[in-house]
Design a protein around this ligand. Structure first.
Ligand code: CAA
Length: 258
């Protein structure tokens, strides 16, 4: 598929996709979801990609769902537009590789919801975050009501959702909405350093971290711990990644991952 909105690049096992519709501050429309679904499907078939970084073009990461596309929808069409975004973000979240949002500017509404479907978030000091839907007489439609409270806790989530307040990078860092903040000029360079550091680690272990943490959150504690024990064991033994990593440590050499 030819992309009009997504600009994909890849280098040394790291894929970077830039959302580029700067005239509408990268607002998410149906075309974006079609392209993103195609991009995610291609990534699933590409074993050479170890980490995905998502960013935005211009002064916004993404300023939300496309209000011009939504304004004339009826009830059924509104729900369908919500389910469309929810499904894309869910398949993004379910990718086996780590996904990092590098938030260069406004991450509002559907834009913030997109970052929350990523595994963690880096941000520019200039980034702004918010769920402004109630100002439009709406609620979030891409699972923001679900992910925000799980990520930052009920109090901060309900505050952001009910007030529509926009917060800056320092507050986002304080409530755990982002994990690292950098000056705008070095946001991508620093995010790529993090991505490279992940690429250097045991690739199976990195994928298992994602699987065990994410699946474990949907289980009770004991079932999650049992999943951990099973997958911990899967890394041991001749020919497995843990054997190589531990042997390399003891032999004072760099591990050679398969
Ligand atoms: N949808 C469609 N177009 C948008 C947009 C959006 N979410 N956000 C910005 N744009 C467009 C503007 O209409 C404007 O277009 P024109 O030049 O053709 O007038 C262009 O992008 C530039 O925007 P501004 O002139 O408003 O830029 P600004 O710097 O003055 O303000 C802003 C920036 C504060 C982010 C402001 O654009 C804004 O408030 N945008 C809307 C944010 C919002 O409400 N997002 C939530 C959408 S609803 C949602 O996301 C629901 C869901 O969960 C599914």
């Amino acid at each position: 598929m030819e992309y009009e909105i997504l600009k994909p690049e890849m280098k040394d096992g790291i894929a970077v996709v830039t959302i580029s519709r700067p005239k509408a501050l990268n607002a998410l429309n149906t075309r974006f979801f079609e392209e993103m679904d195609d991009y995610i499907a291609n990534l699933k078939n590409d074993n050479s990609i170890k980490v995905l970084v998502i960013t935005g073009d211009g002064k916004a990461f993404v300023a939300g769902a496309d209000i011009a596309e939504m304004v004339n929808k009826n009830k059924e069409e509104g729900s369908a537009f919500s389910r469309l975004g929810q499904a894309t973000f869910r398949s993004l979240e379910k990718l086996s590789i780590p996904v990092i949002a590098a938030i260069n500017g406004f991450a509002l509404g559907g834009g913030l919801e997109l970052t929350m479907a990523c595994d963690f978030r880096t941000a520019s000091t200039k980034a702004k975050f918010g769920q402004p839907e109630v100002s439009l007489g709406l609620i979030p439609g891409y699972a923001g009501t679900q992910r925000l409270s799980r990520l930052v806790g009920q109090g901060d989530a309900l505050y952001l959702l009910m007030t529509a307040d926009m917060i800056g990078a320092d507050d986002a860092l304080r409530i755990g909405l982002v994990q690292k903040v950098f000056e705008p000029e070095v946001l991508m360079e620093e995010t790529l350093k993090i991505a490279k550091s992940i690429v250097s680690k045991g690739p199976k272990a990195v994928k298992l971290i994602k699987q065990v943490v994410r699946n474990g959150l949907a289980m009770d504690f004991d079932k999650g711990s049992e999943l951990e024990a099973q997958q911990f064991g899967s890394l041991f033994g001749e020919g497995n990644e843990g054997k190589e990593g531990m042997s390399a440590f003891l032999e004072k050499r760099k591990p050679e991952w398969n």
